[in-house]
Design a protein around this ligand. Structure first.
Ligand SMILES: *Cc1c(COP(=O)(O)O)cnc(C)c1O
Length: 387
């Protein structure tokens, strides 16, 4: 019995050829493949500026810096996310807090956000940056978050690490509502560069800052230099930045993957639809579907419905693993991590996130998954619940 992972990269000969072409070319890094990838990604997502970075975590970091987050600042995000969504605040010396989730979408709850903003205004401690996460690839309620951002004066940094190719209110994720959007190209994500990420924005000034921050704070752009006509070798470090660049090898892989993103999306949607049918009679809660947005289906996350079964999540997880099926759990709520507990967070601070976590399970879903593999997952699940 072969192991079925929860996610698996999809590498074709065209991807391999694209990487080899770069290896045989003049540039391994800081060459033309990066700009080509950025332009193609920006076009596909309807966004003016797309800057490739070494990973999405690095992208979140420089996005926070570009948005002015620093010591004394405050960032809010969803507890049902990967730790990178909140660590970025701490990198900047800012404070972190969370907004509980909407149990239906598992994204940041708008009523909870609004209530927390009302209270924060009274206490004089409004957030500077809010990071909505498009959990599992289902876009967050960005229109409502934008209305609140305009009213309360915070910036929106959208963590769309799961959501390349997803759309919301008819427009690609990243093209509207947020100030900056981040995508991840980690191997399990929608398209991959092994490690990598993209920072997108419609704002020229933010793009210029991000450009500096991802490469040491250095520019060679004659129009930006403070000292003019110093010679062809001249560059200036104008702020403190990092080396968060991607390589041309990775960019070529990403560009090649991007050309197949639509096809892979169709395959993911087909798998999700098929799961919906296969699980129809089982005591599980299936992922939400909303008419105004299209998920990228990075994850197919279910909840074991304890109202309808005595089998708990741990038992389902263990039975799947015993059957060589790589179910997973996304995510252990960030605020329950020992590091975050040491900052004063307690599990009960975000009860909806905890309730979700206790029942959550991500089933295998990846573009090249076969009917046979998916049938195996479904039949093991049916068996578990029939006992
Ligand atoms: C994967 C992921 C990240 C981090 O992405 P890297 O590219 O691995 O740094 C951040 N946020 C979320 C929600 C993710 O899933």
């Amino acid at each position: 019995m072969t192991f079925i992972p929860y996610s698996r990269q999809n590498i074709q000969q065209s991807d391999i050829d694209a990487v080899i072409r770069v290896l045989q070319s003049e540039y391994l890094t800081q060459g033309p493949a990066i700009a080509r990838f950025e332009q193609a990604f920006g076009r596909r997502h309807g966004v003016k500026h797309a800057l490739a970075v070494s990973n999405a975590t690095a992208g979140l970091h420089i996005a926070c810096v570009a948005l002015g987050l620093g010591p004394g600042g405050l960032l809010w995000t969803s507890p049902v996310s990967f730790v990178a969504s909140s660590n970025c605040a701490l990198y900047c010396g800012a404070d972190i807090d969370f907004v509980d989730i909407d149990p239906a979408t598992r994204n940041m709850s708008i009523p909870a956000l609004e209530a927390k903003l009302v209270q924060a205004e009274q206490e004089g401690r409004l957030p500077d940056v809010v990071v909505p996460v498009d959990f599992s690839g289902l876009p967050a309620d960005l229109k409502q978050i934008r209305a609140l951002a305009d009213r309360y004066g915070f910036k929106i940094l959208q963590d769309a690490s799961h959501a390349a190719g997803a759309s919301y209110l008819g427009a690609p994720v990243g093209s509207a509502w947020s100030d900056i959007t981040i995508f991840s190209f980690h191997a399990v994500k929608i398209v991959t560069t092994a490690e990598g990420g993209m920072v997108t924005t419609q704002d020229d000034a933010l793009a210029a800052k991000l450009q500096l921050l991802r490469s040491h704070g250095i520019t060679r752009d004659a129009a930006l230099l403070q000292k003019k006509d110093q010679g062809g070798w001249y560059y200036e470090q104008q702020c403190l930045g990092w080396n968060y660049r991607i390589t041309d090898i990775q960019a070529a892989l990403g560009h090649s993957q991007l050309e197949r993103m639509e096809d892979m999306q169709v395959q993911r949607i087909a798998r999700a639809n098929r799961y919906d049918l296969q699980l129809a009679e089982l005591p599980v809660i299936k992922p939400a579907r909303l008419a105004d947005r299209l998920s990228s289906w990075h994850l197919y996350a279910i909840e074991i419905d304890e109202q309808r079964t005595k089998v708990n999540r741990r038992q389902v997880f263990d039975a799947l693993r015993a059957a060589q099926i790589g179910a997973n759990v996304h995510y252990i709520p960030i605020h329950t991590q020992p590091y975050y507990a040491s900052l004063g967070f307690r599990p009960e601070h975000f009860p909806k996130a905890m309730h979700y976590y206790e029942r959550a399970l991500s089933l295998p879903l990846f573009p090249a998954m076969t009917d046979e593999e998916q049938d195996r997952v479904a039949s093991v699940l049916k068996q578990i619940f029939s006992n």
